[in-house]
Design a protein around this ligand. Structure first.
Ligand code: SF4
Length: 459
């Protein structure tokens, strides 16, 4: 069996499953956020009763992150619904925006978008926060009411997005009916060349198969190249499985995985113990491709979909209005450090927005010093508009006052993960997806730029 099949078999109490089997599985963790949480809670209460209790208090993680730093009252209210439900159910893993469990959330627009307006428990973007806060464990099943829940596959989990109705059912029972997906294998060889990032890997892969090329399939990464990828790299790659239509993306677990997971469990006091899934000798794949990491170059997914692939060096004629670095995919610490490596000592030529994925990333960027200056200051000195309000921000457009949102038809290069029309705001805007390196280099020139021009690496 493949990694996905083995996890699903174990979670269903069977010794063997095959693609196409419909099986009931036991969930290990359920994630929801401010956009889908209220709907999920509504389904749960409607189907199980107003006084019903969730299946397991410590298996539900609620992270407000999407439409947070906005004066839109309906969005603010969604956070209050999550707080009321978490209080009523006694849920230990609700990462509130504010500290008062009896309070109400209201964004204060008068304070502006740049200075932080959250309390000590706020976690930031859910998928990045799930890892940081010790909620990912190899071999387990994570369901989340968000399509990029598949990011958990970086940790050898079966992690997938589900709708509010399914989530309401999981909330009440801890179970879900799942059709076992076929598996596509991407056998990674070599190591990334300077100037090339994990984002380039996944944009290359989606370009190979198309934005619907993995529909309801598992994308399994293995091979000697995996060892050269950091956890952040694997998170970027697993995150974008859904951009090829996949049910999930998954990596084997190794020492890099265990070290990361164990440290986060210890730091956060979350549930200990897990059983990783190892690669079998007798796997069957519906598709099998080799990817030589060392041959990859800075890659871009052009408007209007994540499979519309080109090399950055071929797109120098594409003029840009805006650059954006942030999101679960592109707002991790390593993403900002890569971005800063390029812009350090330069000035951006176009409007450039930086939104760290989590408060932890904000703190680390302020604490990390390069030549006596914090990386945060280096970014600001380069002209990047950096907000401390870690969240999804303009990755998903959001209400009109959302930081970095495109409110008119602009061309933006972005380190985010999705570029279908209207994704970052105005329906006639255009989004080009790229690595933080490529976004940074393009921000400096105002046109799509191969970052190796700034890294003194031969293109
Ligand atoms: S950062 Fe973007 S892709 Fe990630 S969870 Fe938020 S809206 Fe979704």
């Amino acid at each position: 069996m493949t990694l996905t099949e083995k996890i699903l078999a174990r979670a269903s109490g069977r010794t063997h499953v095959a693609p196409g089997d419909n099986i009931w599985v036991n969930a290990d963790v359920l994630l929801t956020h401010d956009v889908c949480g209220p709907g999920t809670i509504g389904v749960f209460k409607r189907e199980f009763g107003q006084a019903a209790k969730v299946w397991a208090k410590d298996r539900i993680v609620i992270i407000p992150d999407h439409y947070i730093f906005t004066a839109d009252s309906m969005s603010n209210r969604n956070v209050d619904i999550l707080r009321e439900f978490s209080r009523e159910q006694g849920l230990p893993y609700f990462y509130d925006v504010i500290d008062d469990p009896n309070g109400a959330w209201q964004f204060d627009a008068a304070q502006g978008q740049f200075k932080k307006q959250y309390g000590k428990n706020f976690a930031g973007v859910c998928h990045t926060a799930m890892a940081e806060r010790g909620h990912v464990r190899p071999g387990e099943i994570l369901f989340g009411t968000d399509s990029h829940t598949c990011m958990g596959g970086a940790f050898n989990m079966f992690a997938t997005g589900i709708g509010n109705t399914d989530a309401g059912f999981v909330m009440g029972t801890g179970k879900l009916l799942v059709k076992v997906p076929e598996t596509m294998r991407f056998y990674l060889e070599g190591a990334l060349a300077p100037g090339v990032m994990a984002k380039d890997v996944i944009l290359h892969v989606i370009g190979m198969i198309g934005f619907d090329g993995a529909t309801y399939r598992a994308m399994q990464y293995e091979g000697p190249g995996v060892a050269s990828l950091t956890i952040d790299d694997r998170m970027t790659i697993a995150n974008m499985a859904i951009e090829a239509g996949a049910k999930n993306g998954i990596f084997p677990a190794d020492k890099i995985t265990f070290d990361y997971v164990d440290a986060r469990i210890a730091a956060n006091g979350t549930r200990k113990g897990y059983t990783p899934t190892e690669i079998d000798a007798d796997q069957k794949f519906v598709y099998d491709a080799k990817v030589d990491l060392s041959a990859l170059e800075p890659t871009v997914a052009m408007h209007p979909n994540p499979g519309n692939r080109a090399l950055a060096k071929e797109l120098g004629n594409v003029e840009l209005d805006r650059a954006y670095v942030g999101s679960c995919t592109g707002g991790k610490l390593s993403d900002f450090l890569a971005f800063a490596e390029i812009v350090q000592g330069h000035t951006v030529k176009i409007d450039t927005f930086g939104v760290p994925a989590t408060p932890h990333v904000v703190d680390e960027l302020k604490a990390t010093q390069w030549d006596g200056k914090s990386v945060w200051t280096i970014l600001e000195d380069a002209g990047v508009q950096m907000t401390e309000n870690a969240s999804c921000a303009a990755c998903l457009g959001g209400p009109v006052d959302t930081f970095g949102r495109m409110n008119k038809p602009l061309k933006c290069i972005s380190a985010t993960n999705r570029n279908f029309p209207g994704r970052m705001g105005h329906k006639d805007s255009q989004v080009f997806l790229a690595s933080p390196y490529t976004v940074a280099a393009s921000a400096l020139t105002g046109r799509i730029t191969d970052p190796r021009e700034y890294l003194a690496v031969a293109a």
